[in-house]
Design a protein around this ligand. Structure first.
Ligand code: NDP
Length: 339
C-alpha cells in the first residue's frame, strides 16, 4: 500500500498541526442543496487516507458529515490503524451559535455526532452571526470568541481558531482576546494568494490554513470566465515536469513552501495519494516567483448572499440573492436526522 509522510507546523499553543489534511466538504448542487452522492466514496477515501498516513481531518457542523467522519475515525481506532492522539480533527461552529454560551452547545453537538471526547481544533466558521430565520443577530465576534476560550478551558477542544477573518478582524481579535486564535482558515489558491493576510497572520504567530486550495483550477470548479491556471496550463505543466510532479502537486507544494497548511478534498483514492506526495521535492525560487504571478485576487468562494450582514469579511459585489435555506436550516440536508 502507498504511504505518505506529512510533516507538521507548530501552533502558537504548542500543538502540532499536520501541514496537509483531508477536506470533507462534499459541496452543494446548483440549487444549493446538499447531495448524498459523494458520501460513500468520501467514507472510503477518508478511510484510505488514514490507512496511508493522513492524520488531519477537516470537517464542520455545516457539512452534515460529522456522523460519517466519526464512524470512520472510530473504525480506524478500533482496527488499531491509528490512536486518537495521533489524529488532528477540526470542526467548526456555524452562524447561529454565536452567543457566548451557544459555542459550547455547538461544540458538544459536534462531539456527540463525531463520537469524540474532544476535537483538536474548533473554528468560528465565519465572523457573521445569522439566525436560522436569516436575521442579522449582530453579535460581536469578540463575544463569540469568549465562548471559544471557554470550550478550550473545558478541554472540549485542544486548540481554537477562526475562519474567513480578514486582516482588520484578525487585528481586532488579537488585540481583544485572552487566548489568541491558533489558526485562520481562509481561501488560498494560485488565484487568491492573500499575501497581506498571510503575512499578518504569520507575523503574529497564527497558522494559516488554505481551503479550496485548487480554486477554479479543477474541472468541477472551472467556469468559462475563471482565470488561469487550469490543469492544462503550459507554465504549470512545465514546472511540474521539471520535478516529476502534477500541476496539483506543484500547487499544494507552493502553498506548503509559503508556510500554509492545505486541506484539499478528494473522494478519488489515487488523488488522496497524489495530494499528499508533495514533501519530497522543493520548488526553486524562480518557480515560486513564476507561480506567484497567477495571483489576481479572484475568489472561488464568494457567498455574496451574506454580504449585507454585519462583519461579512469580503469586498461587496453588485449581485443580490437570498441566503439558500440549506445554509440556514439544518434539517433539510443530506442527513435529515442531523441536528
Ligand atoms: P478543493 O480545492 O479541495 O477542490 C476539490 C475538488 O478538486 C474536487 O472536485 C476534487 O475532485 C478535485 N481534486 C482534488 N484533488 C485533485 C487532484 N489531485 N487532481 C485533480 N482534481 C482534484 O476545494 P474545497 O472547496 O473542497 O476545499 C477543501 C476543503 O476546505 C473542504 O473540503 C473543506 O473541508 C474546507 N473548506 C472550508 C471552508 C470554510 O469556509 N472554512 C470553505 C470551503 C472549503 P474529486 O473529489 O472528485 O476527486
Amino acid at each position: 500500500m502507498a504511504r505518505v509522510n506529512i510533516p507538521s507546523f507548530t501552533l502558537n499553543d504548542g500543538t502540532k498541526i499536520p501541514a496537509l489534511g483531508y477536506g470533507t466538504w462534499l459541496g452543494m448542487d446548483a440549487k444549493f442543496e446538499f447531495s448524498a452522492e459523494g458520501m460513500p466514496q468520501m467514507m472510503e477515501a477518508l478511510s484510505y487516507a488514514i490507512d496511508i498516513g493522513y492524520r488531519h481531518i477537516d470537517t464542520a457542523h455545516l457539512y452534515r458529515v460529522e456522523p460519517e467522519v466519526g464512524k470512520i475515525i472510530d473504525k480506524k481506532i478500533k482496527d488499531g490503524v491509528v490512536k486518537r492522539e495521533d489524529l488532528f480533527v477540526t470542526t467548526k461552529v456555524w452562524h447561529h451559535f454565536h452567543r457566548e454560551a451557544d459555542v459550547e452547545v455547538s461544540v458538544r453537538g459536534s462531539l456527540r455526532r463525531l463520537n469524540l471526547d474532544y476535537v483538536d481544533l474548533v473554528l468560528m466558521h465565519w465572523p457573521m452571526s445569522i439566525s436560522q430565520d436569516g436575521v442579522d443577530e449582530k453579535i460581536d465576534y469578540l463575544e463569540t470568541w469568549r465562548g471559544f476560550e471557554s470550550v478550550l478551558s473545558k478541554g472540549l477542544a485542544k486548540s481554537i481558531g477562526v475562519s474567513n477573518f480578514n486582516v482588520e478582524q484578525m487585528k481586532r481579535l488579537l488585540a481583544n482576546c485572552k487566548v489568541p486564535p491558533s489558526t485562520n482558515q481562509v481561501e488560498i489558491n494560485l488565484n487568491l494568494g492573500q499575501k497581506e493576510l498571510v503575512d499578518y497572520c504569520q507575523a503574529n504567530n497564527v497558522v494559516v490554513v488554505a481551503y479550496s486550495p485548487f480554486g477554479t483550477m479543477v474541472p468541477s470548479r472551472s467556469a468559462p470566465n475563471s482565470p488561469e491556471p487550469k490543469l492544462n496550463n503550459p507554465t504549470m505543466i512545465a514546472i511540474g515536469k521539471k520535478y516529476g510532479k502534477s500541476v496539483t502537486q506543484v500547487t499544494l507544494r507552493y502553498l506548503y513552501q509559503r508556510g500554509i497548511v492545505s486541506i484539499p478534498k478528494t473522494v478519488t483514492p489515487s488523488r488522496v495519494v497524489e495530494n499528499a506526495s508533495i514533501f519530497d521535492f522543493e520548488l526553486d525560487k524562480g518557480d515560486m516567483e513564476t507561480i506567484a504571478k497567477f495571483d489576481n485576487g479572484f475568489r472561488t468562494v464568494r457567498p455574496f448572499f451574506w454580504q449585507d450582514y454585519q462583519n461579512y469579511p469580503f469586498e461587496k459585489i453588485p449581485d443580490k440573492m437570498e441566503i439558500p435555506e440549506s445554509l440556514r436550516i439544518w434539517k433539510n440536508g443530506l442527513n435529515l436526522d442531523i441536528d
